[in-house]
Design a protein around this ligand. Structure first.
Ligand SMILES: Nc1ncnc2c1ncn2[C@@H]1O[C@H](COP(=O)(O)OP(=O)(O)OP(=O)(O)O)[C@@H](O)[C@H]1O
Length: 307
């Protein structure tokens, strides 16, 4: 297990990290989300030993991280790091050898991964001749070739086409099944919601929420009531105390109820006003949970470390 504990990091007067703690367990996909500049890349760089923290620790299975342990990690940096004048398979195999693989194993592993990642290229093509999305697939292959125990991926989905996203997601699921822990950052919250076992939300260098989606739902946004009524305007809502309109879209309103047991009164009022086409509770999406967590005053951390 990777344990990141209370990382602090400043660049001059800019506080990049202000006490970030998170864990990544074997066989677990953890989504790392937060606004631009929130501190995701800095956390990942410190975990990979590329940047020194001002304070805090990074542990691997309870021990301080060593160079040998880090060789068992796979990393996809945000700034990417391919050699443009190397050929595609040669490039991936090179990363394998850097992680201690024999030439034969690295060559074999590289060729298999290039195929699995669906890279559109000839083996003898130079990396620089590939489209950005294909370079990104090569970059993931380079992070995976030595069969790492932990993957740290900085925005692996950005810039991929929909098929590339599916391929990348399936590869990550496979690694999870094989017991690999995965920490990846992303701004694509629907994807994170679909893929992750746990989510860590960071804001201005602090973790403001972390846990499974159910844990976040238990402490974050309450469920919303979605009602579609035709043949009327919104006036039927006026007489309902304790009901707030969160969203409106044509005949559909999304409501927050102070007392969830008032839902039957809402249904009765809607039926009196017009034709009720749809009525039901909706669980908050990760996007809604995220908005709640990063809004001022949020501070929900359901991790054991925070308990
Ligand atoms: N090398 C650096 N020198 C100075 N400031 C830096 C450096 N690296 C990061 N920062 C600052 O630290 C803060 C955190 O940046 P970081 O790149 O970790 O955010 P992020 O969450 O990865 O953002 P994004 O989603 O845009 O990639 C930002 O204010 C950034 O400007």
């Amino acid at each position: 297990m990777l344990s990141i504990v209370d990382l602090h990091k400043s660049y001059g007067t800019t506080t990049a990290l202000d006490g970030v703690s998170l864990d990544v367990r074997p066989g677990e996909l953890v989504g790392f989300v937060g606004a631009n500049g929130a501190g995701k890349s800095t956390t990942m760089r410190i975990a990979m030993g590329l940047v020194a923290a001002d304070s805090g620790t990074v542990r691997w299975h309870g021990e301080p991280l060593t160079f040998t342990a880090r060789r068992r990690f796979g990393y996809m940096p945000e700034e990417r790091g391919l050699y443009p004048k190397m050929r595609v398979v040669e490039q991936v195999a090179y990363f394998g050898r850097l992680h201690g693989m024999s030439r034969a194993d690295a060559d074999r592993g590289a060729a298999a991964l290039i195929e699995q990642m669906g890279v559109v290229a000839q083996p003898r093509d130079f990396v620089q001749a590939l489209s950005l999305g294909n370079q990104q697939r090569v970059q993931l292959a380079a992070a995976l070739v030595h069969d790492p125990e932990l993957l740290v991926l900085d925005e692996p989905f950005s810039g991929l086409d929909p098929v590339g996203v599916d391929t990348m997601a399936e590869v990550l699921r496979q690694r999870r099944r094989a017991g690999c822990g995965v920490l990846f950052s992303s701004h694509q919250l629907e994807l994170v919601e679909r893929l992750c076992d746990r989510v860590v939300i960071v804001r201005a260098g602090r973790v403001v929420a972390q846990g499974t989606l159910d844990e976040l739902r238990a402490t974050g946004s309450r469920d919303a009531l979605e009602v579609t009524v035709t043949g009327t305007d919104d006036a039927w809502l006026d007489a309902l105390p304790g009901v707030t309109v969160r969203e409106r879209d044509g005949a559909t309103v999304v409501l927050a109820l102070r007392d969830p047991d008032d839902d039957q009164a809402v249904l009765a009022a809607a039926a009196r006003a017009g034709r009720v086409e749809r009525f039901g509770w909706r669980r908050p999406s990760l996007a809604e949970l995220y908005r709640d967590a990063v809004s001022a005053g949020a501070g929900t951390d359901t991790s054991e470390a925070a308990a």
